[in-house]
Write a protein that binds this ligand. Structure first.
Ligand code: AMP
Ligand code: MG
Length: 184
């Protein structure tokens, strides 16, 4: 698969409030971290990255499950900015890479942005284009869609950093891009 329409891939991985028993409904989940990596669509080199924590409003106290899963601490979110401010800063940063394609592992991240935007009465921060790289990887490798950890193992890569930390997940996805799209 090639993509000649975009200069960059903007790979985003979100972490959100959650709990093991799933008492938090899907609608009540809120972004607590945006992890993002920009990959040059021609060379597939990483050109930039960005991470920010976001203070949730519906469930401001993180569950033990969430803290263990993500390694994000209560202090991280207590000291963080709110969604509106965070998304403005994120958009300012990402606007340097005007011709980018928003990519994520599955559709979860896209849908989480839709939920947070609605909660804060703001617009969805991207255009309608989105590449589900979980699906693209599965198609390219001729396997069933799988988790990021299994995908890395499938191509003989070790997971770097902490799985379920947004920035580390995004960095690991960037390492998979050569197995998903062609460089030019
Ligand atoms: P991930 O990008 O896989 O780290 O997941 C993104 C978000 O989905 C996490 O921050 C959690 O809010 C939620 N999540 C992921 N795995 C689980 C799980 N096993 N149980 C409950 N929520 C989860
Ligand atoms: Mg993640």
């Amino acid at each position: 698969m090639t993509n000649n329409n975009h200069k960059n891939y903007l790979i985003i991985d979100l972490e959100a409030t959650c709990c093991k028993e799933r008492i938090i409904t899907r609608e009540a989940m809120e972004i607590i971290e945006i992890g993002a990596v920009v990959v040059d669509a021609g060379t597939l080199d990483v050109v930039d990255e960005y991470t920010t924590f976001i203070k949730p409003i519906l469930n401001p106290t993180l569950t033990d499950f969430c803290k263990t899963l993500t390694t994000i601490t209560q202090d991280d979110v207590d000291n963080a900015i709110g969604y509106k401010e965070a998304i403005e800063a994120f958009k300012t940063w990402s606007s340097q890479y005007e011709e980018y394609l928003f990519c994520s592992w599955g559709d979860y991240d896209k849908n989480q942005f839709i939920l947070d935007a609605k909660l804060h009465n703001l617009d969805y921060p991207f255009n309608e284009e989105h590449l589900n790289i979980k699906k693209a990887f599965a198609k390219q490798q001729n396997i069933k869609p799988c988790g990021l950890d299994r995908a890395l193992a499938h191509v003989g890569l070790e997971l770097e950093g902490t799985h379920h930390r947004g920035i580390d997940d995004a960095r690991n996805m960037a390492r998979l891009m050569p197995f998903i799209v062609q460089s030019s």
